[in-house]
Design a protein around this ligand. Structure first.
Ligand code: ZN
Length: 219
């Protein structure tokens, strides 16, 4: 399969906006892709936003963002919206999005429009509503509701990157370890299935939903 690459412009850094409703969403959904992009595009910067990060969850989100993005991290911007209630304060969430326009991202990593979690869906809707001339990839989050679909964009990952992703998640989000699903085999198994679906040489990949892409440009 022909691989598409993001343009590498040494003069101007690749700006990536990472959006997550809750403290560990970005990492679970696209942590491997972030590690991969950081390696492939050394001048990339990651603007990191978590909309519900309170108390210990805020400390964990901050620690994790630094682990994943390192010196390329911009932020993180941590908001304190109540978990599960974002659609009911949609105006305030939208106001945060309006401010994010200033980051002028080249690539946006966000939730899936068809995610079963209402907070995730709202962020996906507001991403499309706010950024109308941008490359948007929607990541997936495994969950009780069983909403995994059929993604159509794949990022093959080296095994070492997958190991690092899972190690960082388990290290950073100590407060989640009492959840039955919050285990390394959950994270590895989804990457393994997505790796099979795209013939990843390592066997592992992350997958996204992409709704619009333009190839080439006319100047
Ligand atoms: Zn979430």
């Amino acid at each position: 399969m022909l691989s598409l690459r993001l343009p590498l412009d040494e003069a101007s850094p690749l700006k990536i906006l990472c959006l997550g409703a809750h403290s560990d969403d970005i990492e679970i959904g696209c942590g491997g892709t972030i590690l991969h992009l950081a390696r492939q595009y050394p001048n990339a910067v990651f603007h990191w936003v978590v909309f519900s990060a309170v108390g210990v969850r805020a400390a964990e989100a901050k620690h994790s963002a630094a682990l994943f993005a390192g010196t390329a991290l911009r932020g993180p911007l941590l908001k304190a919206f109540q978990d599960g209630f974002m659609p009911f304060v949609g105006g305030e969430v939208k106001a945060t999005f309006e401010k994010l326009k200033a980051t002028s991202p080249d690539l946006i990593l966000t939730h899936n429009l068809h995610d079963a979690h209402q907070d995730h869906r709202l962020l996906a809707e507001l991403t499309w509503n706010t950024f109308r001339d941008h490359l948007i990839l929607e990541y997936e989050i495994p969950k009780y509701d069983g909403d995994l679909g059929q993604p159509n964009l794949f990022v093959p990952l080296e095994s070492e990157v997958c190991d690092k992703k899972v190690r960082y998640i388990l290290e950073a989000f100590e407060s989640q370890k009492n959840k039955l699903w919050f285990r390394q085999d959950t994270f590895f198994s989804l990457m393994r299935l997505r790796g099979m679906e795209c013939n990843a040489p390592s066997g592992y990949a992350e997958a996204f939903h992409i709704r619009k892409v333009a190839i080439g440009s006319i100047r």
